[in-house]
Design a protein. Structure first.
Length: 402
């Protein structure tokens, strides 16, 4: 077996994730990392900004992302791996839909039907299907709509269910978002423009066939998983089976079937077998020195479950208790610190502040400072004095924000 060194892994990460060499456009950024995390809306824009360099095809990185998402529609926001929201390019969308979202929709449908049993509604499966179809027709009539408007058109979306009955955290909720979740996971509707700024989590819904002419092409699930795995192996390989299962959310059987279908090559990684795409064993040219400020939940550090080769001893400082990573500083393929966006002491707007957790030398430190200043100016232009606060807070980010 070919041997994969830590230096090779870091070089691959740098070049294939557009961290040492900028990408030409947002679609290339998304394809390079397979999928951009979109649970926190800011992540998509900041991840792209870190990879587009000083200029993109539409100028400012936020404008570039919005153009790609809402005008060009070369990328789409959708539910995918691990029941997580992502932004993926159009070619990847059918693979995520058939390879991941179909299973998620099936499981979540069973769960919602169990929760609906408490309502006493007869023939629940038919009732739920009718509610879904009526919601789709309401959306078809409106063209685009937020959840509240659809609930006005289809009152059954306001059916109440009790969650965690008898527990201290018992709550009552409408099924509106659960039904929209099923429709989105099933590929029938898609999240369009946000209702507010680029940091908003309230989206206008559209029919998928209207938003993406022709909709999302259907793929056979096993073929889709194999095709998705090929892209993941190219972007993140070498990886272990545990990494694949974690990143995709697949079962062991699905993972092993996909590995067999791709003809993945086995390599030696620290004395244990790992996988890369077939034929992808040639050494990567070493990149020029580079630094990057990546946002919380950026896809690069979230690409593996085994992160020691780039994380070192910094896990407790940069992750929250649920395993979500905060904003990080990267230098030559490894994490060396964290950053935050906070109000300046002069009250003139937000400023990016950094903390290095190890000595990287004067030259690299200067590169970090320059990158922080560049990001400060880019955020100031877009936010008019507001600051970006991650949904998931980590120790270093909290300390720097105080």
């Amino acid at each position: 077996m070919a041997e994969m060194t830590t230096a090779e892994r870091r070089a691959r990460l740098a070049r294939r994730h557009f961290l040492s060499d900028p990408a030409a456009c947002v679609a290339d950024v998304a394809a390079g990392v397979v999928a951009l995390h979109a649970t926190d809306p800011a992540t998509v824009h900041l991840s792209a900004a870190a990879r587009l360099g000083e200029s993109g095809t539409v100028g400012d990185a936020v404008d570039a992302v919005e153009h790609a998402l809402y005008e060009e529609r070369s990328v789409v926001r959708m539910l995918g791996m691990r029941r997580t929201m992502f932004v993926v390019d159009r070619d990847v969308a059918p693979l995520v839909q058939a390879g991941c979202a179909v299973d998620i929709e099936r499981k979540q449908r069973r769960l919602l039907l169990r929760h609906l049993e408490q309502t006493g509604i007869p023939d629940l499966e038919c009732w739920l299907a009718d509610v879904e179809n009526a919601t789709v027709e309401a959306l078809r009539a409106r063209g685009t709509a937020r959840a509240a408007r659809l609930a006005e058109d289809e009152p059954r979306l306001r059916t109440e269910i009790v969650m965690a009955a008898g527990k201290p955290y018992e709550s009552t909720t409408y099924i509106t978002n659960r039904v929209l979740f099923l429709l989105a996971a099933g590929g029938r509707i898609v999240r369009g423009r946000p209702g507010g700024s680029w940091l908003s989590t309230q989206y206008e819904w559209s029919l998928t066939a209207d938003w993406l002419p022709g909709g999302i092409p259907e793929r056979e699930p096993a073929d889709a998983r194999a095709a998705l795995l090929r892209r993941y192996l190219h972007a993140y390989g070498p990886v272990r089976e545990a990494d694949i299962r974690w990143w995709t959310g697949w079962t062991a059987a699905q993972t092993r079937r996909a590995l067999a279908d791709t003809g993945a090559a086995t390599v030696d990684l620290d004395g244990a077998p790992a996988f890369v795409a077939a034929g992808d064993v040639e050494p990567t040219p070493e990149p020029e020195p580079w630094v990057a400020l990546l946002p919380a939940l950026d896809p690069t550090p979230m690409g593996w479950t085994d992160r020691d080769f780039f994380l070192g001893q910094h896990r407790s400082a940069l992750f929250d208790r649920s395993g979500n990573i905060g904003p990080t500083i990267w230098c030559d393929g490894r994490i060396v610190g964290g950053w935050a966006h906070r109000c300046s002491s002069e009250g003139t707007g937000g400023v990016v502040v950094t903390r290095l957790l190890e000595d990287i030398g004067a030259e690299r430190t200067a590169l970090v400072e320059a990158e922080a200043e560049r990001l400060t100016q880019r955020l100031h232009t877009r936010l008019s004095g507001a600051v970006v606060v991650p949904r998931f807070r980590t120790p270093v980010e909290r300390e720097l924000s105080a």
